[in-house]
Design a protein around this ligand. Structure first.
Ligand code: AMP
Length: 113
C-alpha cells in the first residue's frame, strides 16, 4: 500500500528536497526534532526494516552511503549526527515506507526514549 512518501516521490505533494537520484530521495522532515532533520527514503516501496529482503541489499547499501554524503553536505560530518530507522509499533513507526532519519545540529541524548 502506498503512503504519503510515494506522493512526495511522485511530486503530488510538496517537500523540501535536499537530494535525489534514481534510487532514493531525501527531504526535510515536516516536524523536525533537531536543527537538521532529513528523511532519506528508497524510491522502491519497502514497508519497513522488518520486511527487507536480500534483493534489497543494493538499495540498503546505497542508502547508507548516501546518508553519510547528505549528512556531510548539510554540515554534520564533523560535529556528528544520528541515523534512526523506527520499525513497527514499539519504535513508533508512523509512515510505512522505509525511511532513515538523519538528525543533527545539536547534542543528541542517549539512550533514546
Ligand atoms: P516515523 O515516525 O519514524 O515513521 O517517521 C515519520 C516521519 O515522517 C515523522 O518524523 C514525520 O514528521 C514525517 N513526515 C510525515 N509526513 C511528512 C511530510 N509530508 N513531509 C515531511 N515529513 C513528513
Amino acid at each position: 500500500m502506498s503512503t504519503i512518501f510515494t506522493q512526495i516521490i511522485n511530486r503530488e505533494i510538496p517537500a523540501d528536497i535536499v537530494y535525489e537520484d534514481e534510487m532514493c530521495l531525501a527531504f526535510r522532515d515536516i516536524n523536525p526534532q533537531a536543527p537538521v532533520h532529513v528523511l532519506l527514503i528508497p524510491k522502491k516501496q519497502i514497508v519497513s526494516m522488518a520486511t527487507v529482503e536480500m534483493e534489497d541489499q543494493v538499495i540498503l547499501g546505497h542508502l547508507m552511503v548516501k546518508a553519510s554524503e547528505i549528512a556531510s553536505s548539510l554540515g554534520l560530518g564533523e560535529s556528528g549526527y544520528r541515523l534512526v530507522v523506527n520499525t513497527n509499533a514499539d519504535a513508533g513507526q508512523s509512515v510505512f515506507h522505509l525511511h532513515i532519519h538523519i538528525l543533527g545540529g545539536r547534542k543528541l541524548t542517549w539512550p533514546p526514549g
